[in-house]
Design a protein around this ligand. Structure first.
Ligand code: NAD
Length: 439
């Protein structure tokens, strides 16, 4: 099938590459000429496991190409995927301008029947808006389909190639048949293609992300309570997660969720509720807890140093909002580091892949190190912000010899407090009892 994917970011690039991998003829479009130039050479502008190999292979096999020519791509395609940004506006609602602008171009470029598939996360009613815009100048039939994307950054290729489910929002039998055909290679093991109306499909994506964010905020509240009552959130997590009605995932307490999706999707869903005069009380609590949790963590560090970080050197391991990605959007590390810097700390940070991205958010307020141990030299404490695998079993004796202080603030609960305490470190996790290495 001839496909175009408009927007080659974290979603569009994976979608385009994976559709090419299953034999389709894919043309990816981006407004950013520098990105297109880089992609044509087989280089990915983002870090995503396994993506670059697949990209190179499909370019070489001539199933995947890149362009800035939107009209041309529309004319050449039977199916047009929109993987465009839908960032939050000031009031938290989703900004649809990218999606509607491209819909306007599609309107004037239709040269036959096409299916326009929305992969961006968009509020309920967007398919109607897109249809309305395209219909303005359209001289041919078309269908608009809602097809929300559930891939996770860091495991995006695998998620797209082996989805738990595909949601297709459409009432057009013609468009549904095309979508089922396109996705057939991805669901050979029997995972469902769930067909529903557009509005339910649009809401499904927000409901999924908001529910996962709720799980995280709920566990962060449990963690804060654990500290007050003398319980250990990691044990509570195991105790509740083994109940299949609850499940093991998204129960890890930490310094809060981040990324390009959860924060913006929770607030966009809250705005949708506002628009329909529905008071969605849980969502405001989820948002509040998440913002607060970053400061709960920063406050632990401040309290340890008696609210005076002047002259303190703090090593930070991990900057990206989660492991296996360079995405820094809404990363908790940014809020925590800014708070520490505001109190006079000097930050020496390391991240395996997100240093370049971090510079856009933290600039020269931070000194960056390519090696995690180098960042530790002379540090008064270590702060772990992202649970990258390489931080899980470090050489603690080496760390001790490099550091000036002995405190470890574990924002992702990856270390064993007992072991660190026995080694003479002071350990501070989230929702667990602290260990004082001196005792
Ligand atoms: P992104 O910012 O990484 O990528 C968007 C791309 O679109 C950029 O390369 C940008 O240059 C390009 N673009 C912007 N305007 C354009 C235009 N007019 N024509 C052509 N290209 C244009 O965004 P993303 O993270 O890939 O997210 C895209 C959508 O998918 C969002 O709605 C997001 O909520 C949703 N989503 C994201 C994820 C994720 O993990 N990132 C997962 C599921 C869904």
């Amino acid at each position: 099938m001839k496909i175009s994917v408009i927007g080659t970011g974290y979603v569009g690039l994976v979608v385009g590459t994976c559709f090419a991998e299953t034999g389709n003829d894919v043309l990816c479009v981006d407004i950013d000429a520098a990105k297109v130039k880089m992609l044509r050479k087989g280089r990915t502008p983002i870090y995503e496991l396994g993506l670059e190999e697949l990209l190179k292979k499909n370019i070489a096999e001539k199933r995947l190409s890149f362009t800035t020519d939107l009209e041309g791509a529309i004319r050449k395609s039977e199916v047009i995927f929109l993987a465009l940004p839908t960032p939050p506006r000031e009031d938290g609602s989703a900004d649809l301008s990218h999606v509607l602008d491209v819909a306007g171009v599609i309107s004037g470029s239709l040269n036959g029947y096409k299916v326009v598939v929305n992969k961006s996360t968009v509020p309920v009613g967007t398919a109607d808006k897109v249809r309305e815009v395209i219909a303005r100048k359209a001289k041919h039939e078309f269908d608009v389909v809602s097809n929300p994307e559930f891939l996770k950054e860091g495991a995006a290729v695998n998620d797209f190639m082996r989805p738990d489910r595909i949601v297709v929002g459409s009432v057009s039998p013609r468009a549904i048949a095309i979508m089922q055909d396109l996705y057939a290679p991805f669901v050979r093991t029997g995972n469902p293609v769930i067909v529903m109306d557009e509005r339910s499909s649009e809401l499904t994506k927000y409901a999924a992300n908001s529910f996962l964010a709720t799980k995280i905020s709920f566990m962060n509240e449990i963690a804060n309570l654990c500290e007050l009552v003398g319980a250990d959130v990691d044990l509570v997590r195991k105790g509740v997660g083994t109940d299949p009605r609850i499940g093991q995932q998204f129960l890890f307490a930490g310094a809060g969720y981040g990324g390009s999706c959860f924060p913006k999707d929770v607030s966009a869903l809250a705005r949708t509720a506002d628009e329909f005069k529905y008071e969605f009380k849980i969502l405001s609590a989820v948002e509040w807890v998440n913002k607060h949790q970053r400061m709960v963590f920063a406050k632990k560090i401040l309290t340890h140093f008696l609210n005076n970080l002047k002259g303190k050197r703090i090593a930070v391991w991990g900057l990206s909002f989660k492991p296996n990605t360079d995405d820094m959007r809404e990363a908790p590390s940014v809020a925590v580091i800014r708070e520490l810097v505001r109190h006079g700390a000097v930050i020496h940070a390391h991240d395996p892949v997100a240093i370049e991205e971090s510079k856009k958010y933290l600039g020269s307020t931070v000194k960056y190190f390519k090696n995690n141990y180098d960042a530790l030299k002379g540090a008064d404490c270590l702060v772990v912000m992202t649970e990258w695998n390489e931080f899980r079993r470090p050489d603690f004796s080496k760390m001790k010899s490099l550091m000036r202080g002995r405190a470890i603030f574990d924002g992702r609960n990856i270390y064993n407090p007992q072991i660190l305490g026995d080694m003479g470190f002071s350990y501070f996790g989230i929702g667990r009892r602290s260990r004082d290495g001196r005792s």
